[in-house]
Design a protein around this ligand. Structure first.
Ligand code: B16
Ligand code: MG
Length: 217
């Protein structure tokens, strides 16, 4: 029986991709090349260091490990500045009602995000208290599409994989959920969510009873 939901953060609960984009684009400009919104799509759900590698590939550049760490830190400092502006008004449409519905019905709720800034973001949008477990980039060693982040989430809330639904906006996240043997609901465009059990535009007018019925019929 489905009794838990595990949420990705960026792109599912709040749109921080725009801030990642600003910070990465500024870094690219400093390094002397252009980084477009289309390029930024490739970074969704991907870890910070892998994101830097993809960005450097776009610019045709390569650096040693030390320099890469400096560049990633520089980008992150700028990103941290930008996410200071987040408030509860930035929670994506329908999310708060959906989480409230889950709480009322005693579902367990976990976060499964690649971001090392997840806690700061949840604090700024005032959602920390909704979560029974918070698994983020500081707790995992393997990035999505590895299932580690979601399996750890399920363990912390004492649920089996088949009792969990994962909500994800990135292809790597859908793959991670499926290889964890969980249900996967994609949020966004079909082309970026291959293999999802259901795809939604957003959480508006959604409720857990209808979704579980669709997943288990
Ligand atoms: P940070 P998610 C991911 O979060 C983002 O989608 C991805 O663009 C970012 O590179 C990654 O977190 C790491 O973020 O630099 O803050 O540690 O979608 O898994 O919630
Ligand atoms: Mg995401």
């Amino acid at each position: 029986m489905i009794s838990a939901c595990i949420f990705d953060l960026d792109g599912v609960i709040v749109d921080t991709a725009k801030f990642h984009f600003i910070a990465w684009r500024e870094l690219a400009q400093k390094l002397g090349f252009n980084f477009t919104e289309k390029d930024n799509e490739k970074l969704k759900g991907v870890s910070r260091m892998r994101s830097l590698d993809i960005l450097l590939e776009v610019g045709g550049l390569n650096f040693d490990k030390q320099k890469k760490l400096e560049l990633a830190t520089e980008k992150n400092d700028r990103y941290v500045e930008l996410i200071k502006t987040l408030t509860p008004a930035d929670i994506l449409p329908g999310v708060l009602d959906f989480l409230t519905d889950l709480k009322t019905k005693n579902y367990k709720i976990a976060l499964g995000s690649a971001s090392k800034n997840a806690m700061t973001i949840l604090q700024n949008i005032n959602l920390v208290d909704f979560f029974d477990a918070i698994i983020d980039g500081t707790k995992i060693s393997k990035a999505k599409p590895d299932p580690e982040v979601f399996l750890l989430g399920a363990t912390e809330i004492n649920k089996k994989p088949e009792e969990c639904i994962v909500f994800e906006d990135a292809q790597a996240g859908i793959e991670a959920a499926k290889s964890a043997k969980m249900y996967a609901i994609g949020i966004g465009k079909t082309e970026n969510l291959k293999g999802a059990d259901i795809i939604l535009n957003d959480f508006l007018a959604q409720n857990i009873d209808n979704l579980t019925k669709k997943l288990t019929r």
